[in-house]
Design a protein around this ligand. Sequence first.
Ligand code: UD1
Ligand code: UDP
Length: 376
Amino acid sequence: MAAKGNVRKSKILVAIGTRPEAIKMAPVVQALRSQDWVEVVVLATAQHRQMLDQVLNVFGIVPDVDLDIMRQNQSLSDLTARLIQKLDHVLEDIAPDAVLVQGDTTTVLAVALSSFYRRISIGHVEAGLRTGDMRNPFPEEMNRSLAGRLCRWHFAPTDLAARNLYGEGFSDHAVHVTGNTVIDALQQVASRELEIGVELEEGKRLVLVTAHRRENFGDPFLEICAAIRELADVREDIQILYPVHPNPNISTVARSLLASHPRIVLCEPLDYLPFVAAMKRAEIVLTDSGGVQEEAPALAKPVLVLRDETERPEAVEQGVVRLVGPHREAIVREACLLLDDRAAYSRMAKGVSPYGDGNAASRIAEILRRDLSGAG
Ligand code: UD1
Ligand code: UDP
């Protein structure tokens, strides 16, 4: 416990493992650090190493504890086991009053379980996302469902996410609709003059691609690569920019199938600011990412989702995101439709933001202040 004068400060440990957790937790760390009732301890599990450090640098966050857990091509079980072993000592040493986790990664499940075993209250940022299919996305649907059971606060980004939680029996005292902190982060940077930092041909229309999901490993990812190649073959007016995720199950295949094409630019994962610049410059976005499905609509960019289902149906319902699956023919057809049909394009490029208004983090901080500071 930390003390300021005679007032005892609460201590909140904010756990961050991967790139998207860092982007979405940065506004929460900032919001809590702007208040004087709480001491914030940032724990990086470093489930991701380089991609995590990229984001922490952008937001000026220096972890107080860094488990440096990442190994090349780590397995889910090995990662989970090593995390749980290390986390118990950290939680014992730091003894926080509350722990915050974000999303649905292995870090989230391991931190939530370890905190539960130490009887520490847990808050779940981006709670209540569900597809209803435990194998899709794998293992994230299971991670977030299990972690959710262990939490005291559920910070749901949307009304739909909150309804999912009510349907699982959580009470309305525990569920808070806050918006998604991804929009807070995006709004901090999107209006700046940003450079992509990758050499692109002038006058070509940009198609931005990302892909990394485990359920797409193997044949589905081969189909995605075939679609990217076919699109580049048939469309001389475009250039495809694909920052390749470093997971070897993705990067090895992507580089061997796509590296040699004159209209495909493969690069390392972009830092967050250059990636936002790429989204702003892109005409359309092809992705299986969760975060990109939330960001691109807010930047008025049509998104084709390389998955058969999504836990983020709000943007699909608003007509600005379309599910095309990891299916070559559908990906090429829908991308060409958007490139050729201005009316179809305009209908999807509306600039709606169903995931938040940019104030999610301050709402989360206020709920925690009310419940932990004793200030009512
Ligand atoms: C993880 C999350 C996924 C999230 C994604 C965000 C789990 C099970 N999966 O998937 O939910 O959408 O992060 O990107 O938690 N690697 C590096 N450097 C890095 C990061 C990764 O080299 O900075 C390589 C390593 O070989 C590592 C592998 O990628 O072993 C896989 O990383 P891991 O975090 O286990 O899975 P992701 O596929 O990144
Ligand atoms: N992102 C980035 N550089 C890239 C690709 C993505 O900074 O080269 C950002 C993107 O803006 C989004 C987040 O990473 O906020 C999404 O991460 P990812 O797709 O790895 O994970 P997911 O959101 O699917 O869990």
